[in-house]
Write a protein that binds this ligand. Structure first.
Ligand SMILES: C[S@@+](CC[C@H](N)C(=O)[O-])C[C@H]1O[C@@H](n2cnc3c(N)ncnc32)[C@H](O)[C@@H]1O
Length: 206
């Protein structure tokens, strides 16, 4: 498992999440990012090229450090400053309350083990007038599909190194005390239905 999760999975992830359709969705979702931005679950830095000019600075946090050299090259190509941080075992975000104009999460809420606590932390560090941008896959609204997602989730967690395919993303965000201000539900093109149920939107601190 060590070899797979440390060496093979990051390469698979980087390759699969940079397809054209993913790039299009990233650019669309990140268009409203501005000011001081926090990206949770930075992965291999695939959002970097899609941030708009209004971004003053990007702080990233992840529980892992994947493909460090490749990520450093990507950071070197963007015009805004980027600070990369690693989450410690407490799961607490190392920032004061009300620090960020924008928090971003793309294909990450599926992988966070204690999602309610992580979302409470995201809410805490966003400024009252700030917003949270999310672009995530999750639970289907179709009961039949959702039941299959529940059945297959234990296998997905192994193959996807902790990725859950059956989380109702909007419900988690609401339960963390944020107000969803926009939500688009759609199916990812050319993806298996189980993994392609998308939740894209924005939320306010509430
Ligand atoms: C499927 S990858 C997505 C990477 C990236 N957001 C993207 O869109 O390409 C999920 C990422 O979430 C990270 N992650 C998992 N648990 C986390 C946590 N508690 N806090 C921050 N990042 C976490 C993983 O290490 C991984 O980099």
């Amino acid at each position: 498992m060590g070899l797979y999760s440390k060496h093979i999975f990051p390469r698979l992830l980087d390759w699969s999440l940079k397809a054209d359709e993913f790039r299009r969705l990233r650019a669309e979702a990140l268009a409203t990012a501005y000011g001081e931005v926090l990206e949770i679950g930075f992965g291999t830095g695939l959002n970097l090229y899609h941030y708009p000019k209004q971004v003053a600075r990007l702080t990233t946090i992840d529980s892992e450090r994947m493909l460090a050299d490749r990520v450093a090259r990507r950071i070197g190509r963007v015009a805004f400053p980027v600070e990369q941080m690693q989450l410690d075992a407490s799961g607490r975000l190392p920032f004061d309350d009300d620090t960020f104009d924008t928090a971003v999460s793309t294909w990450t809420l599926c992988s966070i083990s204690d999602l309610p606590s992580a979302l409470a932390e995201i809410r805490r560090v966003i400024k009252p007038e700030g917003h949270f941008i999310f672009l995530e896959h999750g639970r289907s609204d179709d009961d039949k599909v959702a039941r299959w997602q529940d059945r297959l989730n234990p296998f997905q967690k192994i193959i996807g190194v902790g990725c859950n395919m059956n989380r109702r993303i909007d419900q988690f965000i609401n339960e963390a005390g944020m107000n969803i201000t926009a939500l688009d539900r759609f199916l990812l093109r050319d993806a298996p239905r189980m993994l392609g149920e998308m939740y894209s939107g924005t939320a306010k601190k509430g």
